[in-house]
Design a protein around this ligand. Structure first.
Ligand code: NAD
Length: 351
């Protein structure tokens, strides 16, 4: 088995999770890097032993390099589809950070092109790789909690209040398009769709808590254009109803993700700060006055998975059973667009 030689684009925050996983993955080599920020590029290159001749500032050079077998896209949202399209056109498989793009239309075109050329890909809905989520999926598929009736999902951060945080790309409409809806919300949307089927309708309310920020490298103050909080109701194809609360303006929460799912035979909940545990109730209604209580179970070891190893395994012909696909990315992009449309029109949007 030859190593897959990966070229990673975007040596910022999330590359700090991808690169160590790629370094440790079986059947893989970090072969090339790209960033427009030369300091980040050289720091990552030095750290992961990528020689100067395979460090690029133009992503086209990385993608067209004959020794790059696969592309890993870790850049701001608006660059995902152009970079993935360039990879597809070069006949190279790719893995792309979430959300897949900045509109349903552009992601659909990407999928059509990738399908036509038979290019393999993965979208980094990272919470799919959490043991508690995978175990929950297994239990739902076995019918352990029956038909899913309701989902309550929360993703709370306080990052909008980070001291002196400038107007980085996450706050700029052109670069990110979605605020927490696409940044954090898409993770728990993926998780809920993974467990309860496709979203069929949404109604949403979004808002901005910190309305202005200083532009990077300047004293100019400019408006924040993307949502700091996003609340929505969703209906699912299997009939489930869900509430989602997503915010980067909740003091006291650095990264709090809680999901509760209830079916007609049982339910479970998990807290992704303890992702190897699941609280679980099954068996339907107990006799007499028995007190219903959730049990905490440790997730069996077989439900562990490492995101970037799964990407490499896919390219070696061994796809993970729960791998997030381009189709998942496109479907969720449609939901993200419907969330923005619902907020704007103040009404339910059918999908
Ligand atoms: N899966 C997850 O849990 C998770 C977590 C964080 C971020 N993300 C996603 O990862 C992506 C990047 O987020 P981040 O937090 O790492 O952002 P970041 O700003 O820290 O890093 C982005 C990097 O891309 C580089 N870049 C910008 N334009 C470029 C270009 N034209 N060519 C090459 N490099 C370029 C920047 O210089 C920067 O180093 C986003 O889509 C975000 O949603 C996912």
């Amino acid at each position: 088995m030859n190593d897959i030689r990966v070229g990673l684009i975007g040596c910022g925050g999330i590359s700090g999770a991808h690169l160590p996983q790629l370094r440790d993955a079986e059947g893989c080599k970090i072969h090339a890097l790209c960033d427009i920020n030369k300091d980040r590029l050289s720091a990552a290159g030095d750290r992961y032993g990528v020689p100067a001749e395979r460090r690029f500032t133009d992503y086209h050079d990385l993608i067209s390099h004959p020794e790059v077998d696969a592309v890993d896209i870790c850049t701001p949202n608006f660059l995902h589809v152009p970079m993935a399209t360039a990879a597809v056109e070069a006949g190279k498989p790719f893995c792309c950070e979430k959300p897949l793009g900045v509109s349903y239309d552009e992601t659909l075109k990407l999928k059509e092109l990738a399908d036509a050329k038979g290019i393999k890909s993965m979208v980094c809905f990272s919470y799919r790789f959490k043991p508690a989520v995978r175990y929950a999926k297994y239990l739902v598929d076995r019918g352990e909690i029956g038909n899913v009736i309701s989902i309550y999902a929360q993703y709370f951060k306080s990052s909008a209040f980070m001291k002196d945080r400038p107007l980085d790309w996450r706050f700029v409409g052109h670069d990110a398009r979605y605020g927490v809806s696409g940044d954090l919300g898409v993770h728990i949307l993926d998780l809920a769709s993974f467990l309860a089927g496709d979203v069929t309708a949404v109604t949403a309310d979004l808002g901005i808590a910190v309305k202005e920020r200083r532009r990077i490298g300047s004293d100019e103050i400019a408006p924040v254009e993307t949502d700091d909080f996003c609340h929505f109701l969703a209906k699912f194809s299997g009939g489930a109803s869900a509430t989602f609360s997503i915010t980067r303006a909740a003091f006291g929460n650095s990264n709090q993700i809680r999901v509760e799912i209830y079916g007609d035979k049982g339910g479970f909940r998990f807290d992704l700060n303890h992702d190897d545990r699941l609280e679980y109730y099954t068996g339907g209604i107990k006799a007499g006055n028995a007190i219903e209580k959730m049990e905490t179970v440790e997730v069996p070891a077989e439900f562990r998975a490492v995101q970037m190893q799964c990407f490499i395994d896919l390219l070696h012909g061994k796809p993970d059973r729960y791998i997030p696909t381009l189709e998942d990315g496109v479907k969720l992009q449609r939901v993200l667009d419907a969330i923005l449309e619902s907020d704007e029109k103040r009404q339910w949007i059918n999908i």
